[in-house]
Design a protein around this ligand. Structure first.
Ligand SMILES: [Cu+2]
Length: 180
């Protein structure tokens, strides 16, 4: 008897977990910044949820950036949440900010911007040589240790763009730009 109860409980928990995953996926699918509109599309959405779970990067994307981006931001000491910088033409990110055991951080490490925004990385001059290198190779700066140096990239394609400082990536000098 006890066993039966337990298995029922477990099944209930599993079902509840599945439901919340679908809920997250739905919230992500509405996209476009109007998070209040829910469009339940049942079967198709639950299958696309499985795909998103397999490709962890996409799963981070569809949850609106509140996650750890598939582990990418796990060891980034100054990452707490995604900084909302939508609706701006230009956004500045510090290179060589305090974090990761020294001046080995981007700040803010994770930002959300509107499509067409130019992100300007500005070197603090601290923590030795840094660069800004997209994980997918779409942009890459030279390695510099000069205060006031800048590098910029204009983001047009929506999605999550991961980048790192090549020499300090293992220490957690990483960032993301989420483009809406
Ligand atoms: Cu660096």
């Amino acid at each position: 008897m006890e066993r039966d109860d337990r298995s029922v409980n477990r099944r209930t928990i599993l079902r509840a977990t599945g439901a919340s995953v679908v809920g997250v996926a739905l919230a992500g699918c509405t996209g476009g910044g109007n998070g209040s509109t829910e469009q339940p599309e049942n079967e198709e959405d639950s299958s696309s949820t499985k795909t998103a779970e397999d490709e962890s990067g996409d799963a981070a994307e569809s949850s609106g950036g509140s996650s750890d981006f598939g582990g990418w931001m796990d060891n980034v000491s100054n990452f707490e949440s995604v900084t909302d910088a939508t609706g701006k033409d230009k956004v500045t990110v510090k290179v060589g900010a305090k974090g990761n055991g020294g001046a080995y951080a981007f700040a803010p490490p994770a930002i959300r911007v509107s499509s067409g925004t130019t992100v300007v990385w500005e070197w603090t001059g601290k923590g030795s040589f840094h660069n800004v290198a997209a994980k997918d190779g779409s942009f890459k700066s030279e390695q510099v240790n000069k205060k006031g140096h800048t590098f910029e990239h204009t983001f047009k394609e929506s999605g999550t763009h991961k980048y790192a400082c090549t020499p300090h990536e293992p220490m957690g000098m990483k960032g993301v730009v989420v483009v809406e």
